[in-house]
Design a binder for this molecule. Structure first.
Ligand SMILES: [Zn+2]
Length: 186
């Protein structure tokens, strides 16, 4: 899944959790549902690290929650804890949505199932993935879900525009990476 797929599915789940009474910093959690890829994909392209790395580990987000809790206690500002678990929640939803292959469990639960991370298929998988209809369909579904959740939450025009700008910025980044690393000639 790419931006729209993750953000759309996460928006729906976060909206539901909030309706159930969980306090969430909604925009932060929604933005965070793309953070695992924003951390790991550049590391993969630049340093040949696995495409799912620290951003896709539960351990990382537990640390974020614990640090947030610590700062919230020290500063007596409970909002900081809400922010930290909202970020973690968004990222954890991303990890669940990514799940297609059992070998990923080694990354997700690292280091519980061993220190070794699973081998990646290839450095450019993330960039080439959009050619896979599975992903393209999720991008469409994601877009529909975002509009649906936005309408449910009574988003103003401005909030929809903000969303469009975020998507445009992301796709611009994606296309530039594609041009640099894969090239349009292929
Ligand atoms: Zn991912």
């Amino acid at each position: 899944m790419y931006l729209q797929g993750h953000v759309g599915v996460s928006a729906l789940i976060l909206h539901f959790l909030e309706k159930k009474g969980l306090r969430i910093a909604f925009p932060l959690a929604l933005f965070s549902s793309m953070i695992p890829d924003f951390i790991d994909k550049p590391l993969e392209l630049l340093f040949l690290l696995p495409g799912r790395f620290i951003g896709h580990m539960i351990l990382t987000w537990l640390v974020v929650i614990i640090i947030g809790k610590g700062i919230a206690n020290a500063t007596r500002n409970p909002d900081i804890f809400t922010y930290s678990y909202s970020v973690a929640l968004g990222a954890l939803l991303h990890i669940v949505e990514d799940f297609r292959d059992p070998s990923l469990l080694r990354t997700i639960f690292w280091p519980v199932l061993g220190w070794q991370l699973p081998k990646q298929n290839g450095r450019f998988d993330f960039l080439l993935g959009l050619r896979d209809p599975y992903y393209a369909i999720f991008e469409g579904i994601g877009l529909i879900l975002i509009v649906y959740v936005g309408m449910k939450r009574g988003w103003e025009k401005d909030e929809f525009y903000k969303m469009i700008w975020i998507f445009l910025a992301y796709w611009a980044l994606y296309v530039s990476f594609y041009a640099i690393f894969v090239g349009f000639s292929k």
